[in-house]
Design a protein around this ligand. Structure first.
Ligand code: ZN
Length: 247
């Protein structure tokens, strides 16, 4: 099976369209989307509709922004800019797209035995998985051998077991990751729509389960169109500016 792994699109329909176009000629069996379809960006309806129209089996879980946009939570922990974007997103989403977000399942979700997806961490959908201690705890309590996660917007890889974990920040151009049996992995593909590793290009991964290999990709997209959409929507300009620098 070949899986497309995407997360943290954040209403950036230009970035999502570029990713889908980039993989259009590739053999893919399933799409795994790890949450935060919306929030921050100016094209939430376009993103939700593009996701719903993906012509492949797809598993989608909710992210923290999806949850607040869908009014499942009130966004008490959000900063002013994030909250402004969330409120605007709720106000412009069609009833249909809002209902779609509201119905998204909570991670972790088992895709097949040994393979799962979550938004923040397998133990808490809102947790930022940043340290090897957190990874070790997750490995101990969530026994999947391979879990893809999002939320930090940083392409990264934790590997190890309940006994200990290592972390690696993934750089553009890194060789593909060979998944070894006997180890557990937590892998973040990076963000499609709001990268935060100072590389503004959209990030995604492809996981080939037969080859036991995960490969990361970065691609350019019409960034100025995404910025203009944010400004036209009257969203805080910082949301447009940050896209250009990848923070
Ligand atoms: Zn996010």
């Amino acid at each position: 099976m070949r899986y497309l792994i995407v997360t943290d699109i954040h209403g950036n329909s230009e970035a999502l369209e570029a990713v889908l176009a980039a993989v259009a000629d590739q053999p893919l069996d399933q799409v795994l989307l790890l949450g935060d379809l919306v929030g921050y960006g100016g094209g939430p309806n376009e993103v939700v509709e593009a996701v719903r129209q993906i012509d492949l089996p797809i598993q989608v879980i909710r992210g923290n922004h999806d949850k607040v946009v869908a009014e499942i939570e009130d966004g008490a922990g959000f900063n002013r800019v994030a909250l402004a974007a969330v409120q605007w997103t709720t106000s412009v989403l069609s009833a249909d797209n809002l209902a779609y977000l509201r119905a998204l399942p909570v991670g972790p979700l088992e895709v097949r035995p040994g393979l799962s997806i979550c938004h923040g961490s397998p133990l808490d959908e809102d947790e930022y998985l940043l340290s090897t201690d957190q990874a070790q705890r997750a490995f101990a309590r969530h026994p999947a051998s391979l879990t893809f996660f999002g939320h930090t917007h940083i392409p990264s890889l934790f590997s190890g077991s309940s006994e200990g974990a290592e972390v690696r920040i993934l750089e553009p151009g890194d060789p593909a990751i060979d998944i070894q049996t006997g180890l557990q992995y937590l892998i973040n593909p990076g963000s499609v729509g709001q990268p935060r590793d100072r590389d503004p290009r959209a990030a995604y991964m492809i996981y080939d389960s037969e080859a036991a290999r995960v490969e990361g990709f970065r691609i350019e997209y019409p960034l100025q169109d995404a910025q203009q959409r944010i400004l036209d929507a009257g969203l805080p300009p910082v949301l447009a500016q940050r896209l250009a620098v990848g923070i």
